[in-house]
Design a protein around this ligand. Structure first.
Ligand code: UD1
Length: 325
């Protein structure tokens, strides 16, 4: 039976992949250093997941985690554009050196394929929508530079060593288990928790910036399909993973507020350094190469996400009608 390694297994997307692979009956090993990942994200998997508490910066540890593995889903990274602006060295070391260590481990272990979590932020602020993989990347902040470097390494290892690699450029993935209360949290999770707590979220800029927000189940599907597609369709290639729709922050705010019955207007603050203005993907390449299609849309994804945060965090917040006032 094939064996999978998921890096960043206790993180938001990594844990969704772990649950999906285990549900499909696969043998799964997970690697995490628990710097941003949470053990509770793996609830229900005990005895069905082999866990390595290892930092991606530990080359020997990463090599050991790759031994005996057939496929790797490389989700482990220190995420966030603003975090990389504040502390570029730490995210550089995890995101670039960590990815290099992973590829070296995969090569030594004779791994069949690595699917890599790349980032839409690589496109930067250039004109031209929707974003297509044929556009030259123009990363702005350190984080997209690091993620793009990882892509280049992935492609190099395919061309030079014949290690099958596939890069999936995620567009603002959201859903259950995204950390909502860190300064580096994704905007959806952050706004949901703030509204549930009766706090007023701050929109950075005028709120007319747009994102191709993508529910996490779509990213899981994309990984599973990219993992099993014929090599001649996917190896050494880069694919957008998104819904192909742009939603502004003002609109997103209103939809979340509507779902939660929250009536306060947003506060507006200065634009965030390193942000891109807009983001919208063409997903036809992934569709053609491995049959990717978004399975859960923006509103349905938000509905499921809000429901999950209500169940998970509602009790601790004393959430009741008063909060929404
Ligand atoms: C970016 C990348 C994404 C990457 C992610 C990693 C783009 C298009 N996307 O997401 O591929 O995986 O980083 O972290 O570059 N905002 C507020 N108030 C808040 C928090 C955020 O207004 O309290 C705004 C931000 O200024 C931004 C938008 O919401 O305009 C989305 O921010 P965020 O959720 O952090 O994701 P990106 O930076 O877009």
């Amino acid at each position: 039976m094939a064996k999978y390694l998921i890096t960043g297994v206790a993180g938001f997307i990594g844990s969704h992949l772990a649950h999906a692979l285990v549900a499909h009956g696969h043998e799964v090993r997970g690697l995490d250093n628990f710097s941003t990942g949470l053990l509770r994200n793996l609830n229900g998997l005990s005895g069905r997941l082999e866990l390595y508490e290892t930092d991606l910066r530990d080359a020997d540890g990463v090599c050991r985690a790759c031994e005996g593995v057939d496929f790797i889903l490389h989700q482990g990274a220190l995420p966030s554009v603003p975090r990389s602006v504040k502390d570029p060295r730490t995210s550089h070391e995890s995101n670039i050196n960590g990815t290099f260590n992973l590829l070296e481990g995969a090569r030594a272990a004779g791994v069949k394929r690595v699917v890599y979590a790349a980032s839409s932020s690589a496109y930067g602020n250039q004109p031209g929508f929707p974003r297509r993989e044929t556009m030259a990347p123009q990363p702005i902040a350190p984080y997209p530079v690091q993620k793009l470097t990882g892509e280049l390494y992935m492609q190099s290892y395919w061309r030079v060593y014949g290690l099958e690699t596939v890069c999936l450029r995620y567009f603002n993935i959201f859903g259950p288990r995204q950390v909502p209360d860190s300064p580096y949290s994704g905007v959806m999770a952050k706004f949901i928790l703030q509204m549930m707590r009766g706090e007023r979220p701050v929109i950075f800029g005028d709120g007319e910036q747009g994102r191709d927000f993508t529910y996490v189940e779509n990213a899981v599907q994309a990984n599973l399909l990219a993992m099993s597609a014929p090599a001649d369709k996917v190896a050494g290639r880069v694919f957008n993973v998104a819904c192909g729709e742009r939603h502004t922050l003002n609109e997103t705010y209103s939809v979340i507020a509507g779902l939660l019955g929250y009536t306060e207007p947003p506060q507006y603050g200065p634009e965030r350094t390193g942000d891109v203005r807009d983001s919208l993907a063409d997903v036809s390449a992934a569709c053609e190469a491995f049959g990717y299609r978004p399975v859960v849309g923006f509103e349905e994804g938000l509905r499921r996400t809000v429901e999950w945060y209500r169940e998970e965090h509602g009790g601790e917040l004393d959430l009741n009608e008063d909060v929404a006032k």
